[in-house]
Design a protein around this ligand. Structure first.
Ligand code: PLP
Length: 437
């Protein structure tokens, strides 16, 4: 056979496929997969067998999904390109135009924007519950067209907790699922599905990855969709296909919700993560418990130290006995209280600015769950789109500072804050002198 052209060889010359047993998850950085036989292609499109295209499935992504489902105690997981993608996909899999969502007021600002802007434009309304520790308040917000109840296990900025079991009971009375954003707690600290939640979402960009190198998101479902109880509320899960095929619920039973999220919503909206990012998230997950245990211990030490300082007006950390949800936290979070919280300096925004400009070990950025400690001023950044009254309602004052405590040595973090607080407390003209000197 004549030697093929350079360009042909450039793309076709490669070793025959082999499948050595790599100890680490191989990175299948490929858009798609070859079909072995003619019939394999039809089997893939007909029955979903095998791998074909990375937007549908990829072995590296599958491996991370498997681990996450196991850690959350779920039936299946779906890995996505970001936490925002995870929240959007799970809600689009449950709610349609004319539908309604009940959400805690204490949610990530990106989630609030999704509810208020994007989902509202699709004709999906959200009612926010302020008194999240009052089961009757959740009950009162539910309407006949409610299709999802949403909350965070540990919230920003006030470190509020949700009594997952109590809220799940309210949702289940109406045949609707409770969705919990478990980003701040991670499955190491709490597994919401074990407490009665139906679906968990994550920003994997945060603690799951832990290195701050990639974005990712995840959905984990408990696999307990009950077609008999809830089929009438979710007709897309129980209706036969256009050509008379069995419904999703008939095909996969209790996994109908996550199957629809995977096969319809994520597939068509194209929220697939890169296999390289999936690999890096998988690498991060392997050290999750070690990092989160250390970060929680560090956070408690820092919070206790801050709580004793005269420059500090308040510390909103659920690990402190003074926090309104501390008793619930002791029951729900036996292995640690997490490591993202806020504190408020006396002296308002100006003192907050000087503190942030004076830290050295803490990194000033909008991220959390990193191995490095991070610091941010919510009123001028993450919460800038709220009115002053709205900010106050979620625990953000002009002098409020959010920290995400990393794995560094706790004395170094405390020294850094002590030094920065001293600068922040100085009269302004002395600060100028200090900076010049
Ligand atoms: C960061 C975050 C998100 C969004 O995740 P991305 O990965 O940034 O898209 C959602 N919920 C919470 C609680 C978060 O902290």
């Amino acid at each position: 056979m004549a030697r093929r052209g350079f360009t042909t060889r450039q793309v076709h010359e490669r070793a025959a496929s082999a499948s050595p047993s790599a100890r680490a998850t191989p990175i299948y950085l490929t858009a798609g997969f070859e079909f072995d036989e003619y019939d394999d292609a039809a089997a893939h499109f007909g029955e979903g067998r095998g791998y074909a295209y990375t937007r549908v499935a990829n072995p590296t992504i599958d491996a991370v999904e498997h681990t996450l489902a196991a850690l959350e105690g779920g039936s299946q997981a779906l890995l996505l390109a970001s936490g925002q993608a995870a929240t959007a996909v799970v809600l689009l899999a449950l709610v349609e135009t004319g539908g309604h969502i009940v959400s805690s007021t204490h949610v990530y600002e990106g989630t609030r924007g999704l509810f208020r802007d994007n989902l509202a434009r699709l004709g999906i309304e959200t009612t926010f519950v302020d008194d999240i520790d009052d089961a009757d308040a959740w009950e009162a917000a539910i309407r006949p067209e409610t299709r999802a109840v949403f909350a965070e296990s540990i919230s920003n900025a006030a470190n509020r907790l949700i009594d997952i079991g109590a809220v799940a009971e309210v949702a289940h009375r109406h045949g609707i699922p409770l969705v919990i954003d478990n980003t701040f707690a991670t499955p190491y600290l709490v597994r919401p599905l074990e407490h009665g939640a139906d679906v968990v979402v994550h920003s994997a960009s945060k603690f799951l990855a832990g290195h701050g190198s990639v974005l990712g998101g995840a959905i984990v479902d408990n696999g307990r969709f009950d077609a008999e109880r809830s089929g009438a509320l979710f007709p897309h899960l129980v209706a036969p296909g256009r050509l008379g095929e069995p419904s999703i619920a008939e095909r996969v039973g209790g996994d109908a919700r996550i199957a629809y999220a995977r096969e319809s919503v994520a597939l068509r909206f194209g929220t697939t993560p890169s296999p390289l990012n999936a690999f890096l998230i998988g690498q991060g997950i392997e050290t999750l418990s070690l990092r989160v245990a250390r970060q929680s211990a560090n956070a408690l030490a820092v919070a206790q130290w801050l709580d004793d300082r005269p420059e500090i007006a308040s510390v909103d950390y659920v690990g402190l006995p003074s926090h309104p949800d501390h008793a619930l936290g002791a029951a729900l979070l036996p292995d640690g209280f997490g490591s993202v919280f806020t504190f408020t300096v006396r002296g308002g925004a100006e003192a907050a600015r000087r503190l942030i400009e004076s830290v050295d070990v803490f990194t000033h950025m909008t991220h959390l769950g990193d191995v490095r400690s991070l610091i941010l001023h919510p009123a001028s950044t993450s919460h800038v789109a709220l009115t002053g009254a709205e900010r106050r309602a979620v625990g953000v004052e002009p002098g409020t500072i959010r920290i995400s405590v990393g794995i560094e040595d706790a004395p170094d973090l405390i020294d850094d804050l002590a030094r920065a607080l001293a600068v922040a407390a100085e009269p302004v003209d002395e600060v100028d002198v200090a900076v010049v000197a």
